[in-house]
Design a protein around this ligand. Structure first.
Ligand code: IGP
Length: 269
């Protein structure tokens, strides 16, 4: 038996307090890894409940242009998996916020699934999101993640069939990431999916917290989505702020301000 994970403890604490969580995504290594450490500290200080760090990849098929470009900048800055683990270790020295790595399977597979899970856990990572790893093929990574004490967090979409939901939910750890749209990451005017129907369908099969992400960029959208779930995810809106900032020293406070405004709205909605 493994103990309660840092992610589970965090979401359980929020639930008991009657609060909704805010999960903040940035691409690791954009503008560079020293910058990622600085920005992550600002996100945590501003109230982010979980920090999701993206491992940059050349073919990020679930990502829209904003995160694609962030990936390209991070790769050009020389970001590697081992250097990301180093940055996670530095963030860990300053804050206890749960950290989730989001990465495509190819780099993880090349690195070595067991070594990846072991090193990730050793540096302070708490969970993994691998968007292009179908549940049917997730066994090897799931076993290594469990051994290392990492939560392998699955994605489900409005189009996920009940047959697959049953299996995905029974193997899920930490939380279930409900993708609000059948599309890629990115800021959207409006989420047209019926989130009430989608999340209640997922809840029929899952006894875990649900996070909703894709297209949530500000306080109002966050509050609207949070009605149906336990936590919301913001990514592209933060990555845009970073891209538009002079450097990480300027990006940190600006990203922190967005997080604070979203967290305030979630706390008062
Ligand atoms: O960027 P958005 O639309 O705010 O969505 C969150 C998202 O950035 C983050 O969770 C994420 C970035 N890349 C991903 C790939 C797959 C799943 C999730 C992600």
């Amino acid at each position: 038996m493994r103990g309660e994970s840092r992610i589970t403890a965090c979401l359980e604490k929020l639930r008991r307090a009657g609060k909704k969580g805010l999960i903040t995504f940035i691409t690791a290594g954009d503008p560079d890894l020293a910058g990622t450490v600085v920005i992550a500290k600002h996100l945590a200080a501003a109230g982010a409940d979980i920090i999701e760090l993206g491992i940059p990849y050349s073919d990020p098929l679930a990502d829209g242009p904003v995160i694609q470009q962030a990936s390209a900048r991070a790769i050009a800055a020389g970001t590697t998996i081992d250097k990301i683990f180093g940055a996670v270790g530095e963030i860990r020295q300053h804050c206890s916020v749960p950290i989730v790595l989001m990465g495509y399977y190819n780099p993880v597979y090349k690195y070595g699934v067991g070594k990846f899970a072991g090193n990730a856990a050793a540096t302070g990572v708490n969970g993994l999101i691998i968007p292009d790893l179908p549940h049917e093929e997730s066994g090897p990574l799931r076993r290594e993640a469990a051994k290392a004490g990492l939560d392998l967090i699955p994605l489900v979409a409005p189009t996920t069939t009940e047959h697959r939901l049953v299996k995905i939910a029974s193997d899920a750890r930490g939380f279930i990431y409900c993708v609000s749209v059948t599309g890629v990451t990115g800021v959207r005017e409006e989420i047209k999916t019926d989130l009430a129907a989608f999340t209640s369908r997922v809840r029929r099969f899952a006894n875990l917290p649900l996070a909703v992400g894709f297209g949530i960029a500000g306080p109002e959208q966050a509050a609207r989505a949070a009605v149906y779930c336990d936590a919301v995810v913001v990514g592209s809106a933060l990555v845009k702020i970073i891209a538009g900032s002079r450097d990480a020293g300027a990006a940190g406070p600006a990203a922190g301000a967005l997080v604070r405004s979203m967290k305030n709205m979630l706390d008062t909605a």
